[in-house]
Design a protein around this ligand. Structure first.
Ligand code: TRP
Length: 362
């Protein structure tokens, strides 16, 4: 039996390069073992890297306080599957006792996208928060705040502004703009804010695109050591959700190549049926040689999102490899799974809308 390549071989080199380039810790077997009851994303190394994860694992093991924090950028009224990964990590850390902070990045949305504070608030209440709850966030065990209402975050970001130079900003972010500088400092304020009350390790689950912010926040924590003694913030990084046409980043030009949350179930099913698979040129050939699940976007969706049971996933992998399972049949299954996912999301979302959310002011 061939075991599933946890790195999903399509992109191995890219992830290794990212780990080197950003100085991350690979989320390897040894790291995995340190965490009790790892979730699907951790078991399958969809979480492929992290920073400072030993501290978090120890806090969990020793039942010491730690926090997690996630920021919602209310830029549209859709969520990408990558955000679902973030929320699943939030839910995991919640289940392990993390104090959970969820913030609405309304200042950032205003500065970088011209979205008014009022509009951000509306989107957060009408869509993002219920959607996060539908995807697994437990609102009863979480603190919510708006950047614009959290005085402590602003205060911290002003202090942090003394600790970085323009050249460093350029080195970390490449192209910079005053609005981005403000947003980045505010984000560091967010990330370290829970420690203003109580010093404790904290973890920020993010996609790799957010890694510059983690780096900046860690640098700032180091540089304010004398004043604040903050623990350096930790992070988990999840893999990209590949577009259904096989490109790594979702391409805005081809809306059929990615499925958002929510999406009409039938439409999502149709998209998944058009996905790039690891099938061969003909059925005969596929029966003889077997398919290539490592190159199959549907298999990647199973692995990251659609199939919970490891044994079932392994079975599909084996059946594909051996030529027993053909793409047509498999696409039917994928279509039905994505439809079920969307239907269940819609139900949970409607229910979540009834939750009463309280916002803290810092
Ligand atoms: N910059 C993040 C985004 O674009 C939003 C954000 C603001 C955030 N503050 C944060 C994310 C703190 C993680 C932690 O999505």
């Amino acid at each position: 039996m061939t075991a599933i390549d946890p790195w999903g071989s399509i992109l191995v080199e890219d992830y290794e390069r990212l780990i080197k380039e950003f100085g991350l810790e690979p989320f390897d077997e040894a790291t995995l073992k340190k965490f009790p009851k790892p979730n699907r994303l951790m078991r399958r190394h969809v979480i492929f890297a992290g920073q400072g994860l030993n501290e978090i694992a120890s806090a969990i093991k020793e039942k010491k306080p730690f926090y997690e924090l996630t920021g919602v950028m209310p830029s549209s009224e859709r969520i990408h599957f990558g955000t679902k990964s973030v929320i699943e990590m939030v839910s995991y850390f919640q289940s392990q006792g993390a104090r959970t902070f969820t913030l609405i990045a309304d200042l950032e949305a205003q500065a970088t996208r011209g979205i008014s504070l009022q509009e951000s608030r509306k989107r957060a209440l009408d869509f993002y928060i219920p959607a996060y709850i539908a995807l697994g966030l437990n609102p009863k065990k979480a603190f919510f705040y708006f950047q614009s209402e959290n005085r402590k975050v602003t205060e911290l970001s002003f202090i942090f502004s003394q600790k970085v130079t323009l050249n460093e900003f350029r080195a970390i972010y490449g192209d910079i703009h005053p609005s981005r500088i403000l947003s980045a400092l505010t984000q560091s304020g967010d990330i370290l804010f829970p420690q203003a009350k109580e010093r404790m390790p904290g973890v920020v689950p993010v996609g790799i695109d957010q890694s510059p912010h983690i780096r900046l926040s860690r640098d700032i924590a180091r540089r304010t050591k004398n004043e604040f003694k903050f623990f350096l913030p930790s992070a988990t990084y999840h893999k990209f959700v590949p577009a259904l046409d096989g490109s790594i980043k979702m391409s805005k030009s081809n809306p059929n190549s990615f499925i958002s949350i929510p999406e009409p179930p039938e439409q999502a099913a149709k998209k998944i049926k058009s996905a790039l698979t690891g099938g061969r040129a003909s059925i005969e050939e596929q029966k003889k040689l077997g398919g290539i699940p490592e190159k199959c976007m549907i298999f990647e969706m199973y692995k990251q999102h659609l199939i919970e049971d490891d044994k079932k996933l392994q079975q599909i992998y084996n059946d594909c490899k051996s030529g027993k399972l053909l793409c047509g049949e498999d696409k039917e299954r994928a279509a039905s799974l994505i439809k079920k996912f969307m239907e269940s999301f819609n139900q949970k979302f409607q229910k979540a809308k009834k939750e009463k959310i309280e916002f803290v002011k810092g």
